[in-house]
Structures are given as C-alpha cells and as structure tokens.
Design a protein. Structure first.
Length: 566
C-alpha cells in the first residue's frame, strides 16, 4: 500500500497516507502498476484491513518451487510522462524488499530520460530487464508498450560513476560468478547468506597481499567455517553486525526463506548484498539482490545485479557500513559449533514450497457464492501437516485432505478479491501467507467501487470530492489513516463531530472557473461512487444518506449546465 501511495504522489513525509489518498491512488494506478513477488511470500498481520483485498489487481505471484529456486530480484522500473509525453524514468536496483523491515540495505537509484534532449549513458541490460518484467507483469498493452522503451533511455549516474551493465540472472541461461578485476588490491563481501564454494572462490581474488574482508551474520560465518576446505582462509577480516543479530544457537534462516524473514523480523539486521573490488583509486562494485551463494550466482534463482565503476572515494560509504560491525575470530566461530535447524519449520517450508509450485487454485463465483477449486488436492504429501484456508480477513477453515474444492460461502461485492489466506499447521507451528487465484468470472472496476465505497463511507467520500474540486491534497486527518479500519462493510453511524460536511454550489462553481479539468475528474468520481456510497450508508444514519442525495441532485443540475448531460 505504501508503494501505491508513493507512486501516486499521495504519501506524506512518513510514507503513509489517508483513506482518500489510497482511494485516489488505486484509481490512478489501475492497469498501470504490477508488483512481481515470489509465490508463498506475500505475508502480513492477520489484522490487516480488508481493503487489502484490492491489491489482487496489482500483484503477480511467480510460482517457483522455493526449495529449488526463487524470484529473488529486487527492482523497480517506473516511467513518468509529462503533458508533452516526454518520458522520465526511475530505476531502483538493490537488496530491499517491499516490507517494513529496518534491516541494513544497499541499492542504486538511476534517473533516466528519453527523447532528443536526453542526456546520460545507455546501460546494456536495461532493455532485456524491461522486456522480462513486462512479460511477467501481465499489464495492459498500453502500459506494457511504454515500459518496453526503457532500453532507449539515457541514464544519469552519480558523478564519476559508470554502470557498464545491468545483469538479470535467469535459470534459463549459463550463470557465473564475476571474474576478479586484474590487479585487485582489496575485496569486500557483504552478504547475509553465504555458501562455502562462493566464499572460497572470492577469497582467492587478487595476489597474496590482497586485503579481503567479509561481513555477514555469526550463524552464517560459523556454518561456512565448519565446511570442508577452510573457505575463510583467504580473508584477513571477518565481521558481524553489532546490535541485534540472530543468536548463534538459533536455527539459521535458509536463503529460500529470506523474503519472509525480511518482512517479519523486527530487529535490525543485515540484508545488503555487495561485492567490492578496489585497485588503486578505482572501485568495481556489484550491487543488487545476489547473496554470496551458489544459489544466487550459479543456481536457479532469478537475480538482478548492476556492475558499477567509480572512484575509491565511494569506499567511504562502505567503510561506514563496516564500521557498524564487530570483528569475529576463527576461535569464536570454532566455539559455536554446528548450527541446528528446527525440523518442524523445515517441514513446513518444504510443504509451502510444494503448495505454491503446484497451485492451480481458481475462485469460481455465482450470485455472490464463492468456492475455491484446484485441479487436484493442494495438500502437502506430509500427512501430519494440515492445510487451512480463509478470505483476506476473517476465520480460517480446515481444507479436508483429498478434497480439491472448498466452499467459501457468500462474499459481499465489497469484500470480493482474488486473494485467499492459506496456512499450513504442524503441531504448534504454522506458516501463513496470501495466495493469488484466478477468478471466474473476473472481478472488475465494479468490485473496486463497491469496496472503496464501503471503505470510505459518506464523510470520507465527501472529503475526497472536496479535495479533487480544490485541486489539493486534503488533510489526512479528515478521512483517517488508510489502515485505520478493519473489515469493510456497512459503516457505523458517525458521531456528530464526524458528520459529513455539505459541498456547496459555490465550491463547485469556483472549481469550474479555476480548473475545468479538476471539475471533470470530480464528476467522474461522483458518477462512479455516489450511488455505491449511498447504498452502504448505515440505515441509522439517515442524515448522511439525505445529504449525499442532495449533493448528487445539485451536482446533476450543475453538470447539465456546465458540461452537458453526456
């Protein structure tokens, strides 16, 4: 939700927004935004507002079997057109997931432009990246064709910095670890997950006097230390973050579960992925999503990495990151011993990977009654693990083993969505996530209007209209934070202090005189939402319903006079 608010320019300085901000963001971005994510890793608190069901139109789950490979790339590609259709671009590449995590991250932001006046460098690989993202995003042709032109853009990089390539690592092609730059004098590895072979190979970069450092977590360093062949022998400094780290005696997080770990752990930790080589006063850096693991560089994960070249002065930022860490000795690692894993958690993760990779769920509805059907029962082969299913919010129900279909019951239009909640349970442990489904017949804009009308209520709806008429963002307190309400449905009668305020004829005429386009946009929202909002006003709140009807009647009269009844 925070990303949608930001893309629509409706977020505040804290990255949050109001109910009307979210409503306008959904209206503006429908059919223009897609968020790709690894299937099974869409998580959040069970207390989420039901309006989150509208995210189904923006989310594209990729059903990789996480036990073997994952969609692990972290990237955002945005095109913005001005009134003259000049294109400006933003490209983010790094380690950050779309989560509320406060882990340490590292990324690269590039500004681009297209057209005859564009300045900057062309970056090999951007065209391929854009086409791959578009192919997976299932956006309408109008939006997809625009994004495909990213390869024509020129990109502005920080002073003295070049980006020779952006490299999308896919499972369908030959993969390799970068080759060490000739004459490298210093190497730094930053990665929360490690593989002995990858660590050993990077530890052989450069001559014998090359200074090599590695920053990771204590459990990962201990695990690599215990591997055969002494993989850490080539490093002169081993570093781990100060502060809250995963305790050595705890089970390690497997790289395949990294996305969810970033979303659910609240203590600061390490999530940056960085490989740096220095020769004299020049640096070569590989930044992006790839950990120092075989799964990332030679395996089947989909990763994105940018190679940067620049002056050694860039090292100051890396030194600042390393300065937050503390040195770890081989003796300390030897004393830790083997890091054990929780067997139940491993079984649950294997079951989740199976369910996601084989998922064929489709929501079929008729006259508001929904059932969820799969081509075959979606359960794990592990018979001790139970499967539960529910709507985005509300109670869960057991999905009987051997059944391919389950009835979800009557779902009001305002609560219909292509997302369901799945949960796997083993004894006292559980993993839960939101799972996307195809919907038959498809849900459309009418569902959005019903959901947003129920979500806003009369008061916030009028605040929305007034903000559009004024051409200014309304005070967020006027409609409340976007996540303030829980279940969508019929609103409670408002207190007298919260009664909706009438929109006057004078306000409407001022808006038309100042900016007819703002009036037309408000008119579109009025046509789309007024009757839906009236339908959902609580019967005990007759005053609000009457006020909305009065506003509608006055609006119809003025519309006829100002822009015609068409």
């Amino acid at each position: 939700m925070a990303a949608l608010l930001a893309l629509a320019g409706r977020d505040d300085e804290r990255g949050r927004g109001s109910k009307i901000d979210l409503a306008e963001a959904i209206e503006q971005l429908r059919g223009r935004v897609a968020v790709l994510y690894q299937g099974g890793r869409l998580t959040g608190p069970r207390s989420r507002p039901a309006i989150c069901g509208l995210l189904d139109q923006f989310l594209v789950g990729l059903p990789y079997d996480a036990s073997k490979q994952s969609w692990h790339a972290k990237v955002a590609l945005v095109r913005m057109d001005d009134a003259e259709e000049n294109a400006a671009w933003r490209l983010w590449i790094g380690s950050r997931n779309l989560t509320a995590s406060d882990h340490l991250e590292f990324g690269l932001l590039l500004d681009g432009s297209s057209g005859p006046k564009a300045r900057g460098q062309s970056i090999p690989g951007v065209d391929e990246l854009a086409r791959e993202l578009v192919a997976r995003a299932a956006l309408p042709d109008s939006a997809a064709s625009l994004l495909k032109t990213a390869g024509e853009a020129k990109w502005v990089t920080p002073t003295g910095v070049r980006v020779p390539e952006v490299r999308l690592l896919r499972d369908s092609e030959r993969r390799y670890l970068p080759v060490a730059p000739r004459g490298v004098e210093e190497v730094t590895v930053v990665s929360p997950f490690l593989h002995p072979r990858t660590v050993r190979e990077i530890g052989s970069w450069g001559a014998s006097n090359c200074r090599r450092r590695i920053l990771s977590t204590i459990p990962e360093l201990a695990r690599v230390y215990a591997a055969q062949g002494n993989p850490l022998a080539g490093y002169v400094e081993l570093l781990a973050l100060n502060g809250a780290l995963q305790a050595a005696e705890e089970a390690e997080l497997d790289e395949s579960t990294e996305v969810e770990a970033g979303a659910e752990r609240h203590e600061p930790g390490l999530h940056a992925k960085l490989l740096v080589a220095r020769r004299g006063d020049r640096l070569t850096m590989w930044v992006g999503s790839a950990n120092a693991t075989e799964r990332a560089w030679r395996g089947r994960n989909v990763e994105l990495v940018a190679r940067m070249e620049g002056p050694a002065t860039l090292y100051s930022g890396i030194e600042a990151l390393l300065g937050t860490a503390r040195p770890v000795t081989l003796e300390q690692l030897a004393s830790i011993g083997a890091v054990t894993r929780d067997e139940a958690e491993e079984r649950l993760e294997a079951a989740r990977a199976h369910v996601v990779a084989t998922w064929t769920g489709r929501l079929v509805h008729e006259e508001g009654i929904f059932r969820l059907a799969c081509d075959s029962p979606p359960h794990s082969a592990d018979t001790e693990i139970g499967l539960l299913v529910g709507r985005v919010v509300g109670p869960m129900q057991v999905w009987p083993r051997g059944a391919g279909t389950i009835l979800l019951g009557v779902v009001p239009p305002a609560e219909q969505t292509g997302l369901v909640t799945l949960s796997l349970r083993l004894a006292d442990k559980e993993v839960t996530w939101l799972q996307g489904c195809s919907v038959h017949p498809p849900l459309g804009e009418l569902r959005d209007r019903a959901a947003l009308a129920a979500y806003l209520g009369a008061s916030a709806f009028l605040v929305w209209l007034r903000s559009l008429l004024d051409g200014e963002l309304a005070d967020g307190d006027a409609s409340g934070p976007w996540d303030a309400s829980g279940l969508i449905g019929r609103a409670e009668p408002p207190d007298s202090a919260d009664q909706p305020e009438q929109i006057t004829v004078e306000e409407i005429l001022r808006s038309w005189a100042r900016d007819p386009s703002a009036f037309r946009l408000t008119d579109q929202r009025m046509r789309d939402y007024l009757q839906e909002v009236i339908l959902r006003v609580d019967p005990a709140d007759a005053k609000s319903a009457a006020l909305l009807r009065d506003v509608g009647a006055a609006w119809d009269m003025l519309r006829s006079e100002l822009i015609g009844s068409a």
